[in-house]
Design a protein around this ligand. Structure first.
Ligand code: GDP
Ligand code: ZN
Length: 300
């Protein structure tokens, strides 16, 4: 038995063990293996609880593939739902049809990603049943990487895979838009349960889920539990609300008032850009709705 130090990432924690995948660091002279480490180990350098997604060092035996977590490296961020550290990207999934796209919900999820400083890509799924050009244009012009795709016929799945490579991606979106189908497509596994909303919810009640990172052959990890990025809008100021709509920032310099709420103020750069068609109407409507929610939450 020869213990060595390895660097890796916690991909799951079940049954009193953490599983640390060292594949990402194999090229640095490490090992390409998954080490099993007891959860009640000694964390020698930090008094922290490890999370799925954490980059850690382990002292482990390469033959038995067992070891202990030695050190948790500094985190870039922590998501609560699902509980994962170091997420780099959110894939917001909407369907071109069935269910009809909910643009406000989409903008709220993108706002949550923006607030958490996580990159976002927009996947417009089910292009096999409905043209997605209009909706794609909204998010492309807002500056998001937008992928029209179909989990059913495989359209642009390779483009999504390219975006996932090098990232840890959480999928978000309404139920029924095709998140599980997409996860199956990119991972090449029939691992995620797909189907009609009602039957899935029924089965879901009887299964407990642990969040797990799934390593893709094409590179990167996907999180097997869809996340739902909702924001608590209370105490959010108009200027903060604007910062959740990244394309708006190009135009706030044109506002006459520095504290412009971009609602009914004269000489407003944002409303002018909406009128010119430089900002999508639906994005502006979402902003107004969010701001209104934030202001009424603040009054309560
Ligand atoms: P989730 O709730 O977001 O995980 O959605 P599912 O992956 O379970 O998909 C919901 C339903 O939509 C299922 O019946 C899928 O077969 C179907 N579906 C998923 N992707 C596509 C697609 O690209 N095109 C079409 N036509 N149906 C799809
Ligand atoms: Zn303004």
């Amino acid at each position: 038995m020869s213990d060595k130090k390895y660097k890796g990432r916690i991909i799951k924690g079940v049954g009193g063990f953490y599983y640390v995948d060292t594949a990402e660091y194999a090229s640095e002279g490490g090992e390409n293996a998954v080490f099993e480490c007891p959860a009640r180990g000694r964390f020698r350098k930090y008094k922290q609880t490890p999370l799925v997604g954490d980059i850690v060092t382990v002292i482990a035996d390469n033959l038995s593939k067992k070891g202990v977590v030695d050190e948790i490296l500094p985190r870039r961020n922590v998501l609560l739902r699902p509980p994962v550290a170091n997420v780099t990207q959110m894939a917001v999934v909407i369907a071109a049809a069935n269910p009809r796209p909910n643009l406000y919900l989409t903008d709220k999820m993108l706002a949550a990603a923006q607030a958490a400083r996580i990159d976002a890509v927009v996947c417009v799924n089910k292009t096999d049943i409905e043209n997605a050009d209009v909706i794609c244009e909204i998010y492309k012009s807002a500056g998001y990487c937008t992928i029209p795709m179909s989990a059913s016929d495989g359209t642009n799945v390779d483009i999504l895979k390219e975006k996932l490579n090098g990232n840890i991606t959480v999928f978000a979106g309404n139920s029924g838009v095709g998140k599980s189908s997409i996860l199956n497509c990119v991972s090449g596994m029939e691992r995620f349960e797909t189907g009609e909303i009602s039957s899935k919810a029924e089965r879901g009640r009887h299964t407990t889920r642990h969040t797990e990172l799934v390593r893709l052959d094409s590179g990167g990890y996907i999180i097997d539990t869809p996340g739902f990025g909702t924001i608590d809008f209370s105490g959010i100021s108009p200027s903060e609300c604007v910062s959740f709509f990244k394309e708006f920032e190009n135009y706030t310099g044109d506002c006459r008032f520095s504290d412009c709420r971009h609602m009914t103020e004269p000489d407003c750069g944002i409303t002018a850009a909406v009128e010119r068609g430089d900002i999508a109407k639906s994005r502006y409507e979402s902003y107004v709705r969010m701001l209104t929610e934030a202001e009424s939450a603040g009054k309560r």
